[in-house]
Write a protein of this length. Structure first.
Length: 439
């Protein structure tokens, strides 16, 4: 009986409840983008390179704690309200700190304001990053098989849109750090309010309920979700891959994509540019990523995931070469064009991550396992502290460093192409056959 519930979810035709679920996830990823952009955009007012690492510590804590609670006790829906509460409080603290500093005629870089600001950024990131593995799990577990890969790309793309809007706000208000922070804070508050309203009507994940043995609740939610079903030609796994091999692959492409995105969309702006140019580079990077996300959504069901992975990471690696060559005679116009191309591949690479992280993990611990995978890129970013101070004095070496990181993902994509699997239209329970018995 429990297996029937899951088949209904997979074969369901798109309904109004699916639309509600999608908008709920889109708003969550939008908030991830808004909160993620706060630290880089106000960096010019802080000028403390360690401040840029504050989000990483929130990211690490979020990846470990909240997905674990979601898997074990809370489920997906309840977890969303916990995560929203955290990034709501973090956003309010950031805005309040800025207002307090201005009332006292103090700089945000001075104590205790930089400490309060850091706490706000940490809590905000703890909430939004902790929500990401849960949202990826929810999409993989609840979206119809016909649309699963598309939604796993399209919903996270609102992260780029959130970053892009925040960067545009930063560009328009760069003359005043206070207006900049308050404006971004207002965007965040509106996003949070929208998320709360939408998420009240969400169904709980049927797969999570099944794994927890809550068969009756799973049946109720499945009936709520599924109005009509349609047959779909399911994909098949032609060979088995171990969880350990999948984990290694996800860690390598995660480190590659996460660090290169940070280097090319945020840190390069913070370290080598200032004022409106800084915000505009972040805007261009995320505009390009947003467009690429929509393109990836359109093509993902037409190309095998292994080929898409190879194209994304090798393309990103090769796109770094002309950017490096440009450093001898930097031209901002040409830099924007080349950066846009690089960010296209970066978004394709993120799309690959979102799909594989969500579907390669077993249902019993999906959110926590995704969090563990995402922990590796987060920890590796701490190592940037050891090199950023030196690289900030040499743009050429900075870009070569980014090229090497892209090449790590390129190598992993080649490895997966020959040893990995395609997951287009493959049911979650088919990926690790031994897990079916637990259902």
């Amino acid at each position: 009986m429990r297996k029937i519930h899951l088949e209904l979810v997979d074969k369901s035709e798109w309904s109004s409840l699916h639309t509600l679920m999608f908008f709920s996830l889109a708003v969550g990823f939008f908030m991830w983008g808004v909160v993620s952009s706060i630290a880089p955009l106000i960096y010019s007012s802080i000028k403390n390179i360690y401040f840029l690492m504050t989000p990483v510590y929130g990211l690490i804590a979020g990846d470990l704690a909240l997905p674990f609670l979601s898997d074990k006790e809370l489920g997906r829906k309840t977890s969303f309200f916990m995560t929203m509460g955290l990034y709501s409080f973090g956003t309010i603290l950031i805005i309040a700190t800025d207002l307090l500093a201005n009332l006292n005629g103090s700089s945000l870089a001075s104590m205790p304001y930089i400490l309060l600001l850091g706490i706000g950024v940490f809590i905000g990131f703890f909430g939004v990053e902790g929500e990401v593995p849960i949202m990826l799990s929810y999409m993989a577990e609840m979206m119809p098989l016909k649309y699963r890969e598309q939604i796993l790309i399209l919903a996270p793309n609102f992260n780029n849109i959130g970053m892009m809007i925040s960067a545009l706000v930063g560009y328009l208000t760069s003359h005043s750090p206070t207006y900049e922070l308050l404006s971004i804070g207002l965007v965040a508050v509106l996003g949070i309010a929208t998320a709360v309203v939408i998420r009240l009507s969400l169904p709980e994940s049927v797969r999570w309920l099944v794994v927890k043995g809550k068969t009756h609740e799973a049946e109720i939610e499945a009936k709520r979700l599924v109005r009509r079903v349609s047959e779909i030609k399911e994909g098949k796994v032609e060979k088995r891959v171990s969880l350990g091999f999948s984990f290694l692959f996800l860690i390598l492409i995660g480190i590659s994509q996460f660090l290169t995105t940070a280097l090319m969309s945020y840190l390069i702006a913070d370290l080598y540019f200032s004022g409106k140019t800084l915000a505009f580079i972040i805007f261009i990077a995320n505009l390009s990523s947003s467009i690429a996300g929509f393109i990836a959504t359109l093509i993902i069901n037409k190309v095998k995931t292994k080929r898409f992975t190879l194209f994304s990471y090798l393309g990103g690696t090769l796109s770094m070469i002309p950017i490096i060559l440009l450093t001898k005679d930097i031209n901002l116009g040409m830099f924007y064009v080349l950066l846009s191309i690089n960010m296209f591949f970066s978004e394709f690479a993120w799309s690959v991550r979102a799909i594989y992280e969500a579907v390669l993990m077993p249902s019993i611990s999906r959110a926590f396992m995704i969090g563990l995978v995402r922990l590796a890129p987060a920890i590796s970013s701490i190592s940037l502290l050891a090199v950023l101070e030196y690289l900030s004095r040499n743009l050429f070496l900075y870009l070569v460093y980014a090229l090497v990181l892209w090449a790590i993902g390129g190598g992993a994509s080649i490895m997966w192409y020959f040893k990995g699997i395609d997951v287009n239209f493959v049911r979650l329970e088919e990926i690790y056959e031994e897990k079916i018995q637990g259902l």
